[in-house]
Design a protein around this ligand. Sequence first.
Ligand code: PGA
Length: 251
Amino acid sequence: MTKRTPVIAGNWKMHNTLAESAALIEALKTAGNKNNAEVIVAPSFTSLAKVAELAKGSHIQVSCQDVHWEDKGAFTSAVSPVQAKDAGATLTILGHSERRSVFGDTDEILNKKVAAALRHGLTIIFCVGETLQEREANETIAVINAQLENGLKGYTAEELKGLIIAYEPVWAIGTGKTATPDQAQEVHAAIRQFLADKYGQEYADATRILYGGSVKDSNVDEIMAQPDVDGALVGGQALLADKFARIINFN
Ligand code: PGA
C-alpha cells in the first residue's frame, strides 16, 4: 500500500456522448471515496466543459487526454492547453500509448507538450510503457527510462513538481491482460529509482506512479497493495460507474 495520496484516474478515450458523460460523472459524485484518493476523470474534448461543470464543488478533478504544444494557431482539429483549461481541465494526460502508436507522438513532440502543459499549470499524467516485444527482449527498463529522459528533458525537479507518472505496459492496455502485481512493482520501483537518480530522493518519494492496463474491480486490490503503486489509470472499466466506483474504493 502506498504511503502517498492515491490517485485513481479514468481515461474515457473516444467514448461517451454528452448525455452519457453527464450520467457517468453524476454517478461517480455519489460513489464514495473511502481511501481519500485523488479521483480524476478524462473525458473527450466534446464532453470536457460539461463534465467540468458537473464536477464543480465535488472531489472529482477533470483532465484532458492530450494537448497540442502551441497555445493557438493553424492546427486543424487540435486543442491547445489554453482551450483545455478554459473548458475546465486542470490536468492533462500526455504520452498515452495510443497517442504514441496511433497518432505518432514521439518523445520530442511529447517534450514540447510537456512544456505547453507546464506553461499553463496543467498537472501532467505522463504515460510510459513497453511493448511485448520490448519486454521479451529485456528492454523494459531501458525503454521506460528513455521515455522519461527524453519526454521530460530540460526541466528541474522544482518545475516538474506534482507530475504524475503512469506505467502502462502496451501489451496490457485494453487486452484484458494485466501485469502481475510483482511485474508492476518491479517497474514502479525502477521508475522511482530513475526519479531519485535524476531529481533527488525527495522528489522520487513524493511522486505518484500509477499502474494502467486492464485494471479491473477484480484486480485493483492486489495491484494497489504494492508499495510503489500509488494509483491506477483505468480505461475500459472507467466507463462503467459501478466498476469504477469499486476501483476508487479499493481495499
Ligand atoms: P484499459 O486502458 O484499462 O482499458 O486497459 C488503460 C489505459 O489505456 O489507460
